[in-house]
Ligand binder design. Structure first.
Ligand code: SAM
Length: 234
């Protein structure tokens, strides 16, 4: 099983041995890769929709891994019991949904060693949520895969606090490590935000909504400049 660059980085964050649970498994590629490569002893592939789950089930059968990979039709962590998995992956969803799944799965918080999360939106907000609920980001990765940027977090239980808001927005771990993909992402964001400010500035629409949006974009620009300063790319 060959994984996309994004899924490969997620797989790399899953500790060796043990059992992983994949929330929102869809095609089931991640558990199939982890078990067939013997990185994990077993896996639990879960999805809230029967269609994706049956696709995963077929693929698991094709690889002859029915003994090692269980499939469960479930909303979030509802069908997972303490002690069943050492690592939980929640990837390929928006940050708000990931927060909801984690929030409704508090019975698992202290029974899972590593949470591998890859929110595709509301990323800064997810870092705040993790801090507020006693989680700590141990490691982070960022990849550019098929033209899209993805963040992957290795999360454990424990205290976390960042001094700067931009560290929540763009990831303290990535900033401290001067991550090359973050640099490329910021350069792209800088261009995008500057373009939007220019466009809004040229428009004749001086509504409160427009002015507010320009102010938000200016603040975003300021944050990007600060991070670029830290990364020494400005
Ligand atoms: N995790 C895979 C990945 O990263 O490539 C698949 C991501 S796919 C875009 C999102 C999957 O999450 C879908 O199969 C969807 O049915 C599932 N999903 C959405 N909400 C869910 C929930 N509350 N509980 C479990 N699965 C959910």
């Amino acid at each position: 099983m060959n994984l996309s660059l994004r899924l490969q980085k997620i797989a790399d964050f899953v500790p060796d041995g043990g059992i992983m649970a994949d929330v929102g498994t869809d095609h089931g590629h991640l558990p199939i890769y982890l078990v067939s490569s013997h990185k994990n002893k077993g896996a639990i592939a879960m999805d809230v929709r029967p269609g994706p789950l049956s696709r995963a089930e077929q693929a698991i059968k094709m690889y002859g891994l029915q003994e090692q990979i269980q499939v469960r039709l479930a909303d979030g962590l509802a069908a997972l019991k303490p002690g069943e998995a050492d690592t939980v992956v929640i990837a390929g969803m928006g940050g708000a949904l990931i927060q909801k799944i984690l929030g409704e799965g508090a019975h698992m918080w202290d029974n899972v060693g590593h949470w591998i999360l890859s929110p595709q939106s509301e990323i800064g907000d997810t870092r705040h949520w993790l801090e507020q609920h006693g989680f700590s980001i141990e490691k982070e990765e960022m990849v550019l895969d098929a033209g899209k940027y993805y963040v992957i977090m290795d999360v454990v239980r424990g205290p976390m606090h960042y001094e700067q808001e931009y560290e929540y927005t763009y990831g303290k771990y990535l900033i401290d490590g001067k991550h090359p993909v973050l640099k490329a992402y910021l350069e792209q964001e800088l261009e995008k935000v500057q373009g939007l400010i220019e466009k809004l500035g040229q428009s004749q629409n001086g509504s409160d909504r427009n002015l507010l949006r320009v102010e938000e974009l200016r603040q975003e620009l300021e944050q990007i400049h600060k991070v670029m300063g830290v990364l020494e790319v400005a």
